[in-house]
Structure formats: structure tokens, C-alpha cells
Design a protein around this ligand. Sequence first.
Ligand SMILES: CC(C)(COP(=O)(O)OP(=O)(O)OC[C@H]1O[C@@H](n2cnc3c(N)ncnc32)[C@H](O)[C@@H]1OP(=O)(O)O)[C@@H](O)C(=O)NCCC(=O)NCCS
Length: 205
Amino acid sequence: MRNVIIVGAGGHSKVVRECLEQQGIYTIIGVLDNKYTSYEERDGQFRAPLDDFSQFKSNTTLWFIAIGDNKARAEVAIKLGDVSYATIIHPTAIVSKMATLEPGSVIMPLAVIQPDSVIGAHTIINTGAIIEHDVIISEAAHVSPRATVTGGVKIGVRVHVGASAVVNPGLSLGDDSVVGAGAVVVSDTEAGGTYVGVPARKLEK
Ligand SMILES: CC(C)(COP(=O)(O)OP(=O)(O)OC[C@H]1O[C@@H](n2cnc3c(N)ncnc32)[C@H](O)[C@@H]1OP(=O)(O)O)[C@@H](O)C(=O)NCCC(=O)NCCS
């Protein structure tokens, strides 16, 4: 068992901790979040402010950033610097031996990752999402519950694919773009754009 420190104590963190415990290869030793104002120990784990993170760095401990917001997760990864990350895979997820999961990613229950796909660091593949073959997902993205990313799609950094959305084969989703829940993406998305509907159209703000 490897020791892990979890960063983030919100709703997403609950689901991450559940996956980690089910995986059975890591032990959570503490949770860091700025909602804690001082160090305390509870049920064999510590709680402490995130701003105190440097006190907890060690060569043997792994970290995991369990913050649902993509931008915030990416920023915390920069702040933490050169720590090593756990990769969390729920036991009911199906991950091809020919897929690559970068450290800090989480694969939630019932998700499927097909061959030759790459899941970037700090990326969330949420409950029941399907990542088909040859999909390249960059850092700190989030594919929400039951979304389907079909073959050969490229997903930029911090992209959010909403729940039950579909991304058609071979498309590219620009950095920081957002796909609304239930959308069907039929053409590339521009960086920073938000797309909704069937077929998906850019929201003009
Ligand atoms: C697309 C999304 C990001 C837009 O959020 P937003 O920028 O706050 O936009 P708003 O709620 O102000 O809606 C703007 C317009 O888009 C429409 N809209 C919003 N989301 C939509 C969706 N998923 N599908 C179709 N239309 C949508 C709204 O009805 C509104 O239309 P109107 O201007 O005609 O009234 C959000 O609605 C969404 O779908 N998020 C995904 C959530 C998700 O799957 N989370 C998973 C967590 S695990």
C-alpha cells in the first residue's frame, strides 16, 4: 500500500476517495484544503490547510488533486511542484492494456478506455464515460458521466465534456472549451468556446 495525500475536500473529492479505497492499493493519510484553518487529526487521517502543503512533502508519499474544477486543478498542480501522483482506477472500470494513463488521472466506476488512448495528467474520466480507441486527452480535462468520446478525438487542456455528450470521431476540442450536457459535437471546437445542443453550436455570450 502507498500513502496518498488528497488535495480538495469538496463533492468531487468524496467520489475520488471512494474510488481510491475500492482500488485497494493506496492508503489516504490526510486531506489538504483551505477550508481547514489548522492541522487536526481525525479517524487516523490529518486535515490541514492547503497553503501548508510544503510541510507534508516526502519522497515516499503520493498526492492526488481531487478538485472538480479544471482550471483550479491545473493551478494546484503547478503550485505543488515536483510531487509524485497516484493514478486512481475504480475496479469496475475497463482500461485497455494498450491505453496510457498519466499520473494524477482518475478513472471512475464503469468507465471504459479503449486501446491506444492517452489520458492526460490530472484528467477525470467520470462514471460510465466511454473513451474509444486512439483518443488523446490532454492535462486537467474532464469527461463527465456517461459521455462518449469516439475514436481518434483530440481533447485539449482543461476541456470539460458535459454529462452524456457525444464527440464524433476524429474531432479536435480546443483548449478550455466546454461541451454542454447532452450535446453531440459534430465539428471541432474553438479554444475557450462553449458548445450546446444537437448538433452542438457555439453559445454566443
Ligand atoms: C453548457 C453549460 C456549461 C452552460 O453553462 P452556462 O455558461 O452557465 O450557460 P447558461 O446556463 O447561462 O445557459 C445559456 C443558454 O444555453 C442553454 N443551455 C445551457 N446548457 C445547455 C445544454 N447542456 N444543452 C442545451 N442548451 C443548454 C440555456 O438554456 C441558455 O439558453 P437561453 O440563452 O436560450 O436561455 C452548462 O449548462 C452545462 O451543460 N454544463 C455541463 C454540466 C455537467 O455535465 N457537469 C458534470 C459534472 S460531473
